[in-house]
Write a protein that binds this ligand. Sequence first.
Ligand code: AMP
Length: 150
Amino acid sequence: MAKYTNILVAIDFSSSADEDEIAQRAMAIAENNATKLSIIHVVEYMPPFMMGNEPIPSTSWVINEDELVDNVKKKLGEFVRRLNIESADQVVSIGTAKREIIRIAKEKNADLIVVGSHGRHGVGLLLGSTANSVLHHSECDVLAVRVDKK
Ligand code: AMP
């Protein structure tokens, strides 16, 4: 079986236990295959450019995106300290998680994306999830690590 050479693991910082489990799974595959491992966190923040037809006045509550990305990079840096991932492979981007994960996976020529998967039912299932969307739009393999096992 062909080995993975380039893995991208996506972390949403919603639960440290889940993140640990997802990262450990990605790391185990990377170690077994002597693979390059990259990590991504997407800041799902939409800049408030307009209020109706009026541009929003520049006020102190408008978020400084550079500062936001820097802070998240620090958090990601701490998380990956034990994962041996170079800083160039620690990606923080702003946008929609599903789109950014796919975009960065292509940019990095990933052959495997590792995401967490929370079993969804009812409306949640209809609305879909990041894991689902990545699975359907990715050009490479996707490993969805179940993080809500009972
Ligand atoms: P969801 O199905 O939306 O609960 O998300 C499942 C998985 O998608 C998470 O465990 C992460 O692997 C990935 N994910 C969701 N949101 C983000 C995010 N903002 N940045 C990076 N990965 C994310």
